[in-house]
Design a protein around this ligand. Structure first.
Ligand code: SAJ
Length: 425
């Protein structure tokens, strides 16, 4: 019969050994936070290169600030990285799983990383230990994959809520939802998170409520972005400035504003709704609103590309400024701007790509040309990085047509600014 008292004591007096499995955008900030709060943390990764980089204080996440923090916790002796195959995994008392849950080319959930972790954990004695799933999954997945991998252990689901690129919404200060397979598991998880989070820790009834809450949060965002994209298309047809409309609508207490743009990227918002669609299908139900919203957002790169084609003539100089999925973030995953560039390529548009957060090697790896900050005939905003404020001055002349995929420009620049749901001329 399992008992949670000794583990609870060890968590309270920070004697537990914590294993964070999966060191990426979620795992690294979490491991650093735990180590900063004087927990003993081992980060477990699959690749030797990542392990060695982490132990040298290189977070390989491109966000510089992470490296300093990493070096500090390594020097403190509270953090080190090991291979997930290392026997050190068996010495942990708490496992926090932060591996990716992407979709495959058929837009179906890919749970292979989670299943590999479950298999690895099933090889060790989990008695009296706590397993926490932070990876984003649909309801019933945590139970299906981690519910029977050993005897007499505790199981919790607390979906990550990272906001990459934000220095206000950090791992430490966001509210965190947590559900347990039973009361004892939940209590252990709540006590642990309360030791490290300044934000509130929200107990919910069971693993599935926590899983579905995460699905709802991100599907809500996808649907609302789709709604404003659809309104922007209508605004284009009506000659109404969508930003004026949003400013006006924002004065209503129940309106939560989103902005139209070239598309929806990242490893959360365009991905997570496919997980809930799969569950709905398994339950014999279609979710038309969710399906149509995904489609609406996925069509935005094409919608903006058409604006380029309407203004492009062979021989023109064209620059795509910014190719990552979101402003001030160096991540290319699911970037709609990459999709947009492929469409330009397919239509024989000759263009260069410039993104101060992306190396020319990465741009060439995408088989695009490295662009330069110079006067061009067509200047396209793919990602509205902060540097655009200054960089655009080197690129936009009086005859430059600007295709503003992020509605960055609030005043007319160049010959005219063609936005998404607005035109400045
Ligand atoms: N986007 C729009 N219009 C909007 C908001 C976003 O087109 O009004 C686009 C962005 O350019 C980007 C994509 O959608 O391509 C996703 O944007 P995001 O701000 O949601 O960026 P993420 O993926 O970093 O979202 C994260 C998510 N965090 C987690 O999943 C844990 C998301 O849930 C958060 O809502 C979001 O941060 C946030 O709040 O900033």
């Amino acid at each position: 019969m399992r008992e949670s008292k000794s583990l609870l004591e060890k968590i309270k007096n920070k004697q537990v050994k914590i294993g964070v499995i999966g060191l990426g955008y979620v795992g690294i900030p979490l491991a650093i936070l735990l180590a900063k709060k004087n927990f003993h943390v081992t980060g477990f990764v699959r690749s030797k290169n990542k392990k060695d980089a982490l132990n040298k204080g290189i977070s390989y996440l491109l966000e510089e600030y992470m490296n300093e923090d990493l070096k500090k916790v390594i020097d403190s002796g509270n953090f080190s990285a090991k291979l997930v195959s290392d026997t050190a995994l068996e010495k942990c008392d708490v496992y926090i799983i932060c591996v990716p849950t992407p979709i495959n080319e058929k837009k179906m959930p890919d749970l292979s990383d989670l299943k590999k972790v479950a298999k690895r954990l099933s090889e060790i004695n989990l008695r009296g230990k706590l397993v926490i799933n932070e990876s984003t999954v649909a309801p019933f997945t945590t139970r299906d994959i981690f519910g029977s991998i050993g005897k007499d252990y505790f199981l919790v689901c607390s979906p990550e809520r990272i906001d990459p690129g934000s220095n206000t919404k950090t791992t430490e200060n966001i509210a965190k939802v947590i559900g347990g397979v039973d009361e004892e598991s939940l209590e252990l998880g709540v006590v642990l998170y309360k030791q490290i989070l300044k934000g509130s820790v929200i107990r919910v009834k069971g693993l599935e409520v926590a899983e579905m809450a995460k699905m709802l949060e991100n599907t809500y965002r996808n649907v609302n972005i789709a709604l404003i994209n659809e309104f922007a298309k209508l605004a284009d047809k009506c000659g109404i400035d969508i930003l004026d409309v949003i400013q006006a609508a924002k004065t209503k207490w129940s309106y939560h504003s989103h902005h139209p743009g070239i598309g929806v990227g990242g490893h959360c918002i365009p991905v997570d709704p496919y997980y809930i669609l799969k569950l709905a299908k398994n339950k014999g139900m279609d979710m038309e609103v969710v399906k149509n919203s995904l489609k609406e957002n996925e069509e935005m790169p094409e919608y903006v590309a058409k604006k380029v084609l309407d203004n492009y003539k062979p021989g023109m100089k064209v620059l795509v400024y910014g190719i990552t999925y979101k402003k001030n973030v160096a991540d290319l995953r699911e970037s709609p701007v990459e999709v947009f560039c492929r469409i330009l390529h397919k239509n024989q548009v000759d263009f260069g790509v410039y993104d101060s957060l992306v190396s020319s090697g990465q741009i060439q790896k995408l088989s695009f040309k490295q662009g330069r900050l110079e006067k061009v005939d067509i200047f396209i905003v793919g990602t509205d990085h902060a540097a655009l404020e200054d960089d655009h001055l080197q690129c936009i002349g009086k005859d430059t047509v600007v295709i503003d995929g992020r509605n960055f420009f609030k005043q007319k620049v160049g010959k005219k600014v063609i936005g998404v749901g607005r035109i400045l001329e």
